[in-house]
Design a protein around this ligand. Structure first.
Ligand code: FRU
Length: 498
């Protein structure tokens, strides 16, 4: 049964985020760069705007901002659904799946088969010999089957030091990540397990990712970071992403002793960032990932139509040393950010807040697609300071800022009459106390809001659904009037004037 169509909500559609034309999307799957083209595969229901009949959808982009939907990559069949996984480009044809002498690079899609009859989840392979346009399921499936109903989300990468392939899979209810290794991408041997650790009670572990990340400011230093998306038992409810910093020897991940010093580390402190996956095939020092901007607690209630769900902006990853030890750093890659912004932003330096607010009001900014920045000395902030978006219809606006009493950044999406659980909430993230400034960058695009603060060591991502008439932007600074080092507002490209 499909859900009845609701009226279309074009105002809430992001311009520079991946959304399907119609219907339901969840996790990114198999993000890969081939010949300069970014491919995003994702969990997709081609027949409805709620989860079901899940297979892999596909979209491509040349700038990580504008996405073009492609034909379905891996549809569900009568026997199975295709759950989350990843793609590797088998450049040396170690799998032998490309015919000898063809010179083709097989694309291997590792996915979890959900057997509709038995409910068993096993790890399977599909492959493409035409650059991701079409996939066929491998005749030798499954690759790994332990007859479990909660065993999923293979993440595969090449570990150069050992010259082998590594696969991570979660045992969701046991809160464990199992590690397998392979020489040919087809035969897999289990070598270790990690967990339970971090958030355990009541949590379902999903979508593991393991990456070496550079430590900013410490040339040549890298640590391995294990990310696990968890459902339930997050501080804010529903879905979230925790991570562990440590080492990986090709077979076993070991978290650094004493890590995390202050409890669990969250990749993002908002409600709406889940199941992120890095792009394979980017040789960059800093990997780039995309997440699903939604939360299982209310995912099926988002009021958008005819699509439901969106992927995040691309975020470049590294580690930084903070007052709490090593932290994940996320930022929109600078070249992507430049390409996203329309010309003629409002840019002020060394300007007191009341002047900045007036200069902004004189410009009468209107819209739903912005990148805003603010930097101010921490000691100058005596009252909450915030960007307010979607002002002007009598409803409380969306506020994104810093609260000096709580020493925390926030996204405030509270509404008097919430349409789904969690809509009427304010989400906080503690600032890095080793810094002397409050520094934030916020991206608002249709229904998406992404805040990066303190050089990206703080992230909060939320979806928000303001009414059509609410289009204004203001600066709120209370009666305090701090001197702002940086104050800037730029429209995102794609509007009527560019
Ligand atoms: C994560 C997840 C995965 C699963 C997929 C199903 O959001 O629950 O564990 O493979 O979604 O769509």
């Amino acid at each position: 049964m499909t859900t009845p169509p609701s009226p279309a909500t074009p105002d809430w559609r992001p311009r520079l985020h991946c959304t399907p034309q119609r219907h339901w999307i969840n996790d990114p799957n198999g993000l890969v760069v081939l010949d300069g083209v970014y491919h995003a595969f994702y969990q997709y229901n081609p027949g409805d705007s709620v989860w079901g009949d899940i297979g892999w959808g596909h979209a491509t982009s040349t700038d990580l901002l504008h996405w073009q939907e492609r034909p379905l990559a891996l549809p569900a069949t009568d026997d199975e659904m295709a759950f989350s996984g990843c793609i590797v480009a088998d450049e040396r044809n170690t799998s032998g799946l490309a015919p000898a002498g063809s010179g083709a690079t097989p694309l291997l899609a590792f996915y979890t088969r959900f057997d509709r009859r038995t409910k068993v989840q096993s790890q399977c392979l599909a492959y493409s010999l035409d650059g991701g346009e079409s996939f066929q399921r491998w005749a030798g499936n499954p690759l790994v089957d332990i007859r479990s109903e909660e065993f999923r989300d293979p993440f595969v990468f090449r570990h150069e030091a050992s010259g082998r392939w590594v696969m991570l899979v979660v045992l969701a209810l046991e809160q464990q990540v199992l590690v397998y290794v392979s020489d040919d991408l087809l035969q897999w041997k289990r070598v270790s397990a990690f967990g339970p650790a971090g958030v355990v009670a009541g949590a379902i572990w999903e979508v593991p990712v393991l990456l070496p990340l550079a430590v900013d400011g410490e040339p040549g230093r890298q640590r391995w970071v294990l990310f696990v998306s968890i459902n339930g038992a997050t501080r804010w409810g529903g879905s979230g992403v925790q991570y562990f910093v440590g080492d990986f020897d090709g077979e076993r991940f070991t978290a650094d002793p004493g890590e995390p010093r202050d409890g669990v580390r969250w990749a993002d402190h908002g409600r709406d960032f889940y199941a992120p996956l890095p792009f394979a095939g980017l040789q960059a020092e800093r990997p780039v990932w995309l997440g699903w901007m939604n939360n299982w607690e209310y995912a099926r209630e988002l009021p958008t139509s005819p699509w439901r769900g969106q992927l995040s902006l691309p975020r470049e990853l590294s580690l930084a040393r903070t007052a709490d030890g090593l932290r994940l750093t996320q930022r929109v890659p600078p070249d992507v950010a430049r390409a996203a912004l329309a010309p003629q932003p409002l840019e002020l330096r060394s300007c007191i807040a009341s002047h900045a607010a007036r200069a902004l009001a004189e410009q009468r900014p209107r819209g739903r697609h912005w990148r805003a920045r603010l930097r101010v000395a921490r000691e100058a902030v005596l009252q909450p300071i915030a960007w307010a978006f979607f002002t002007g219809d009598g409803e409380p606006p969306l506020r994104v800022g810093f609260d000096p009493v709580l020493e925390a950044y926030f996204i405030d999406r509270r509404r008097p009459s919430p349409r789904f659980t969690g809509e009427s909430e304010i989400h906080h993230a503690p600032r890095d106390r080793s810094r002397a400034t409050v520094e934030l960058e916020v991206w608002v695009d249709g229904c998406t809001v992404e805040l990066f603060a303190d050089g990206g060591t703080v992230a909060i991502s939320d979806v928000a659904f303001p009414e059509a008439g609410a289009q204004g932007v203001e600066l709120q600074h209370g009666s305090a009037n701090p001197l702002l080092d940086v104050f800037s507002l730029a429209a995102l490209r794609g509007g009527p004037r560019d």
